[in-house]
Design a protein around this ligand. Structure first.
Ligand SMILES: Nc1ncnc2c1ncn2[C@@H]1O[C@H](COP(=O)(O)OP(=O)(O)O)[C@@H](O)[C@H]1O
Ligand SMILES: Nc1ncnc2c1ncn2[C@H]1C[C@H](O)[C@@H](COP(=O)(O)O)O1
Length: 222
């Protein structure tokens, strides 16, 4: 019996892992998907044709990158729908608009006309009754220093050369964003409370917490 069956997690659930850069979303996505026997949906980093150019010149590439991410996430949404769920997804589409696009617009590195076009496109595609929300969003949080340490440890060159102020701004925005997020139920996990890389029991503890949370929210299989 896998952990999904043991804890009655619905077979068709879509679980999204959210949080700032470097907090541990991809690692959590992999562990949960393995434990639940779910498929994964990752965001494209290595094969993303705009990401490095974007980090080199925010103003020039912000719009291209946002449209690219929006298209990619929408395709993934379609794929998850076609499989009928049973997915763990690395980052939500809501973070693209609520954190990244908005931050670049408000900090002056995304043109206001581009931002308007992007927002209209996002709303037409996502803010419709036909767009299914995840069943659960797992929000990973931790201290800024801990997260910065992880960004350094992972060592993606384009992120190493980005000023720390950028990560600080993003961190603060995430903290405010999650407090008002209401598109689906949110389970918050503090990264100091588990270590998926060193503790073999950590994943089961998290699945158990998920099941407890989903039971309170009436989301479990009967
Ligand atoms: N639970 C964990 N315990 C210890 N280190 C972790 C944990 N999760 C992630 N890491 C490390 O932190 C770094 C960022 O993790 P990653 O999953 O790539 O983050 P994200 O997808 O949120 O950007 C990686 O070096 C990863 O090995
Ligand atoms: N929507 C986005 N706009 C700008 N940058 C983004 C967006 N989504 C992801 N990113 C960046 C941030 C990181 O450098 C990589 C991957 O994110 P991660 O949180 O490490 O999975 O892409």
């Amino acid at each position: 019996m896998n952990l999904r069956e043991k804890y009655n997690i619905p077979k068709h659930a879509v679980i999204t892992v959210a949080g700032t850069v470097g907090v541990g979303k991809s690692t959590m996505t992999r562990s949960l998907a393995d434990a639940l026997n779910f498929r994964t949906s990752y965001e494209k980093v290595d094969s993303n044709p705009y990401l490095e150019r974007f980090y080199d010149d925010f103003e020039k590439w912000a719009f291209h990158l946002q449209v690219y991410f929006l298209a990619e996430r929408f395709k993934e949404q379609k794929r998850m729908f076609e499989y009928g769920g049973g997915f763990v997804q690395d980052r939500s589409i809501y973070e693209d608009t609520g954190i990244f696009a908005r931050m670049h617009y408000e900090k002056g590195t995304m043109d206001p006309v581009d931002y308007g076009t992007y927002t209209e496109l996002f709303e037409a595609m996502v803010m419709t009754p036909y767009f299914p929300h995840p069943d659960l969003l797992i929000y990973l949080e931790g201290s800024f220093d801990h997260i910065l340490e992880r960004i350094k440890e992972r060592g993606r060159p384009m992120e190493q050369s980005t000023p720390i102020a950028y990560w600080e701004e993003m961190y603060d925005r995430y903290t405010r964003w999650i407090d008002s997020f209401s598109a689906c139920p949110v389970l918050r996990l503090d990264i100091k409370d588990y270590d998926l890389l060193k503790d073999p029991d950590a994943t089961e503890d998290i699945v158990e917490r998920m099941a407890f949370f989903m039971k309170q929210a009436n989301l479990l299989e009967k």
